[in-house]
Design a binder for this molecule. Sequence first.
Ligand SMILES: Nc1nc2c(ncn2[C@@H]2O[C@H](COP(=O)(O)OP(=O)(O)O)[C@@H](O)[C@H]2O)c(=O)[nH]1
Ligand SMILES: Nc1ncnc2c1ncn2[C@@H]1O[C@H](COP(=O)(O)OP(=O)(O)O)[C@@H](O)[C@H]1O
Length: 274
Amino acid sequence: MKADVASAARSPLDVLREAYASPEGVEGRLRVSEFLTSIPAIGATKSSRIMHELQISTSKRLGGLGRLQRRRLREFVADWVAAHGGTGDRLVVLAGPTAVGKGTVASYIRRHYPDVQLSVSATTRAPRPGEVEGESYFFVDDAEFDRMIAAGELLEWATVHNAFRYGTPRAAVERAIAAGNSVLLEIDIQGARSVRRAMPDATLVFLLPPSWEELVRRLVGRGTESPGEQQRRLETAKIELAAVDEFDHQVVNHDVADAAQKVVDLMRPRKGRR
Ligand SMILES: Nc1nc2c(ncn2[C@@H]2O[C@H](COP(=O)(O)OP(=O)(O)O)[C@@H](O)[C@H]2O)c(=O)[nH]1
Ligand SMILES: Nc1ncnc2c1ncn2[C@@H]1O[C@H](COP(=O)(O)OP(=O)(O)O)[C@@H](O)[C@H]1O
C-alpha cells in the first residue's frame, strides 16, 4: 500500500491534491499515517508526532479530514518538501477577487524583483494610455484570439467580467519552466482553475482583502467602474471569495510590499529555511 504512493515520482503534494479532490479514490482512502511515512525521512515515530501536532487522530484517512485538518496537513507537507530540497515553486498563479490588488502586487513584483518572470497575457481589450504592447499585454483582436485558441497556443483563457477575453500564452511559460526558471501568472479565478487542470504542479495563491469593507473601498476608490458595474463585480467577488479553499496558499494584501514578498518567497529555493 505504502509503496503505491511512495514509489511514484509524484510529489506528496500531488497525492494530497488527489486525495482531497476524490476522498473515495485510492489516495483518499490512504491513512494519514501511511501517507506521512511514504515521504522520505519520515518514519513511524516522526509521523505520530506530526499527527499529534496537527491534531489529526491516528485512524484518519486523507479523504476523511475536515477543512482545517486538510489545510494544516497541506501546509505542513509544503513546508517539509521545501525544507528538504525544494527548488521553489515553478509556476505560481496569483488570483483573487476584483480590486483586491492583484495588478498592484504584480507590478510591485515587476519593479522590485526583476529576476521574477511575469507571464504577459493576450487580451482582446484595448490598450489604456501608457500600456505597452508585449509588456502590459499582447493586444489582439477577436480573430487573432480565436486563432490562438484554435492553435492551442493558450495555456488557459477566460472571458473576464463578461467583457473581454484574456489568456496565458503557453510557449513562454513552458520555455521558462524547461529552463528551470519560475513564472508568475496574475490571472482571474477561472484561469487559476484551468491552470490547475492543465498543470497540476502549479501553486495557486489567493490574494485576500483585509476585510470585505476594505475590498469595497478599493473598488470604489479605484474609480474605474460605474456604480452599476461595481455592484456586479461585488456580487461576483462574494462567490469568488468562497473559492479560497481551492488554493494552496492565502496571502492577505494589507500592505503591497509585504504581500509581494510573500508571493516571491514561494518562488525561491527554500532548502533549510524552516
Ligand atoms: N484567465 C485570465 N485572466 C487574466 C489574464 N490576464 C489578466 N487576467 C485578469 O483579467 C482581469 C482584468 O484585468 P485588466 O484588464 O488589467 O483590468 P483591471 O484588473 O480591471 O485593471 C484581472 O482580474 C486579471 O487578473 C489571463 O491571461 N487569463
Ligand atoms: N495593500 C493595499 N492597500 C491599499 N490599497 C491598495 C492595496 N493594494 C491595492 N490597492 C488599491 O486598490 C485598488 C485596486 O487594486 P488593483 O491592483 O487594481 O486590483 P485588481 O488588479 O485585483 O483588480 C487600486 O486603487 C490600488 O491602488
